[in-house]
Design a binder for this molecule. Structure first.
Ligand code: SF4
Ligand code: SF4
Length: 680
């Protein structure tokens, strides 16, 4: 009877779950090809070890992270108990061959059973404690489905309780394979022993079948809920971007006019345009809200939440399943039209609010790639629909016609060299042998009044340290970063290819960039278009020069300073320590960290072409960031990005005007901080 019931439940459970999983497989497979997702096998194995087995990102939140760690490992170890349960259906004294009587296995099974129960208690307390706050916009769980989470907690608890109960009863009837160390089973067995052997035998049957029933019900439930991530997350991590989750955008569409057909689609305008990996992302989201919690757009009252964006696309994917999986229509029959994603599924205000800062990608424990998906949708809007915020049009035209977003033109590219006191070589042909670096000044560094001062400081420092460099002057043009982040891939590639040609023409090998956006383009995105250069950010070079004592800061400063991580220097490129080490080299200077620092840094609001877009909804992001800095009462706010500097400087000025910041607070690049310490 026990065997029949157990097998019947298993067949029904596996049939329902299997059918659902096959449906999900077909749905995800309906996506477009996703090239490069299996390259770098060893890096993928490492990612599985660190992200899935090690639970790296989850452990960043200690209490829920540790609870999740034990739940994950508990379920992994408890796979042994599933084997034992099924074995016991056939033979009451079943033990796993070879290891089935080993004390360590009995101990591990019991230890993780108890650990999982304790983790469930922690989860329950956290949920109850945060329950009212979860409904508030500031909660990371705002908008998540919470009912399913209670069912999951209950389901896991039942799996473990039924498991411990049949094991305890097995002890009392002499069928338990572990004589000692399975402490929990033996402890419960003591309590059940007075019931007698016959009753304990009945208890084994009841709880064994109960365990199988709960397992099967849980399996089915998981495949129909957000807890699908139990299966999907290891796959999503295995196929995620490697070696880096951020940096350059993943895809570089072929824009060669000769290879385009009238069916060519740029970007993603409907769910059908996503790759299978992007669809797998949607199916994997756990609704944990770690991305939402850190998103600067959401945090300042914009309608964009990376979590809600992924959830909306996921819901739309499931609503579109019948159409996506339907056989191709017969000849002459009309296919059901796909719904345009914007504005039907994603509001334009959501799409254009993203700064591409990458906080969401960095935080996501299951490696969902929000930024690539958002830019893909922008590409469709710009290239296929010509729909984008009107103010972006001016910036795009300026890049196209004048080679910079402000439209100032090439004639001003060398203005910053005036009054430097030394000659800056301008590369007109091949760089001379003794010139080691090509200094990529960038549009802001050459044309914005405040950023020019940073360029001058950097140039003076390089000159003082004896670094031989040259610049392109009028031959330098916008890298195309704002055009690309806005979705205008065509303009980006025109700019990028022109720049690659110029850099090849002067035979540049090592390039210094003081703008992290330029750095990111040159280092991470130009290789896809044939530009392979050794690129170094000025913070890295200055850090080396200080370390090698080519620059020796000596003038003492008692200033309190906080460093703001640029998203494209930090999260996108992992450069956190070098700019800080430059500041630390200044004698007497006190460096303090904001709460949102390094990987968790808060965007200045300029990335993703947002520098050129209106910010009409919610609080201004730059002012929110400045407010975070001002909490430390600093004398200086430092950065290593011209765009961050402009945004933070505007923010500080706004706060000074409203009396919220002291008049003496300064915003400086690390090169300026260093240079001041060198001056007599
Ligand atoms: S990239 Fe930044 S702004 Fe865009 S959704 Fe992610 S966290 Fe929000
Ligand atoms: S996208 Fe990632 S971080 Fe955001 S809610 Fe989903 S699983 Fe959590």
């Amino acid at each position: 009877m026990v065997l029949v019931l157990g097998l019947l439940l298993t067949v029904v459970g596996l049939a329902i779950a299997g059918r659902r999983l096959f449906f999900l497989y077909r749905l995800v497979s309906s996506g477009k090809p996703a090239p490069g997702r299996t390259e770098g096998a060893w890096e993928r194995v490492q990612a599985e070890i660190v992200e899935v087995l090690g639970q790296r990102k989850l452990l960043k939140k200690t209490v829920p992270g540790v609870a999740h760690f034990f739940t994950f490992w508990g379920f992994t170890i408890l796979l042994f108990t599933i084997i034992e349960a099924y074995g016991s259906l056939f033979q009451s004294s079943f033990a796993i061959p070879l290891i089935g009587h080993d004390s360590w296995l009995g101990f591990l099974e019991d230890f993780f059973s108890v650990a999982v129960l304790l983790a469930l208690v922690v989860f329950t307390i956290i949920r109850i404690k945060n329950s009212p706050a979860r409904k508030e916009r500031s909660s990371r769980f705002y908008g998540s489905h919470t009912d399913a989470a209670w069912i999951t907690l209950g389901g896991i608890a039942l799996v473990v309780i039924t498991l411990l109960m049949y094991r305890a009863a097995q002890v009392n009837v002499g069928d338990f394979p572990y004589s000692d160390f399975a402490f929990a089973s033996h402890l419960i067995a003591n309590a059940l022993r007075p019931l007698g052997v016959a009753t304990n035998r009945d208890l084994v049957s009841v709880f064994l079948v109960g365990n199988v029933a709960v397992l099967m019900a849980f399996l089915v439930f998981v495949t129909y809920s957000k807890h699908l991530h139990i299966f999907a997350a290891p796959l999503n991590v295995a196929f995620s971007r490697r070696p880096k989750a951020l940096g350059g955008l993943w895809s570089t569409p072929n824009m060669d006019p000769e290879q385009l057909t009238e069916d060519t689609v740029f970007g993603a305008g409907k769910i059908d345009d996503f790759t299978w990996k992007q669809l797998l992302d949607l199916a994997t989201c756990t609704e944990c809200g770690r991305c939402q919690e850190l998103c600067p757009a959401w945090g300042t009252g914009k309608p964009l939440s990376p979590k809600l964006l992924i959830m909306s696309l996921r819901d739309h994917l499931f609503h579109s399943a019948d159409r996506l999986l339907a056989p191709a229509p017969a000849e002459g029959a009309t296919a059901v039209e796909a719904v345009p994603l914007v504005p039907n599924v994603i509001d334009p205000d959501v799409l254009w609010a993203c700064t591409t800062c990458g906080a969401c990608v960095e935080a996501c424990p299951v490696d969902i790639e929000h930024v690539d998906t958002i830019v893909d949708m922008r590409r469709y809007q710009v290239l296929m629909e010509s729909e984008f915020p009107s103010e972006a049009g001016t910036m795009l035209r300026n890049i196209e016609n004048q080679g910079d977003p402000w439209g100032l033109g090439t004639s001003h590219r060398l203005d910053w060299t005036e009054g430097l006191g030394f000659e800056v070589p301008v590369a007109t042909g091949e760089l001379p042998e003794d010139v080691e670096y090509l200094f990529w000044v960038g549009c802001a560094g050459a044309l914005d009044e405040r950023a020019r001062k940073v360029t001058q400081s950097t140039a003076r420092l390089l000159n003082k340290a004896g670094v031989k460099f040259a610049v392109l002057g009028p031959r330098e043009s916008c890298t195309g970063d704002p055009a690309r982040r806005l979705g205008n891939e065509y303009l980006y590639q025109m700019q990028a290819m022109q720049n690659v040609e110029t850099l090849k023409d002067v035979r540049a090998k090592k390039v210094i960039a003081s703008c992290p956006h330029c750095f990111n383009e040159l280092a991470n995105e130009y290789p896809a278009l044939g530009g392979n250069f050794e690129v170094i950010h000025h913070s890295q070079l200055l850090s080396d020069l200080v370390k090698n004592r080519a620059l020796v800061p000596s003038k003492e400063s008692q200033a309190k300073i906080t460093f703001h991580d640029s998203c494209y220097l930090g999260r996108h490129n992992g450069i956190y320590d070098e700019p800080r080490s430059v500041i630390d080299a200044v004698p007497g200077m006190v460096q303090v960290e904001m709460e949102r620092t390094k990987e968790r840094s808060f965007c200045c609001g300029a990335g993703g072409a947002r520098m050129w877009l209106e910010e009409n909804i919610g609080t201004r992001i730059n002012e929110a960031r400045v407010a975070q800095a001002l909490e430390l009462d600093p004398d200086m706010v430092s950065t290593a990005c011209p765009y961050c500097m402009i945004m933070l400087d505007d923010g500080v000025k706004a706060k000074q005007a409203s009396g919220e910041a002291k008049e003496t607070v300064q915003v400086l690049d690390i090169s300026q901080v260093l240079e001041r310490s060198l001056q007599e």
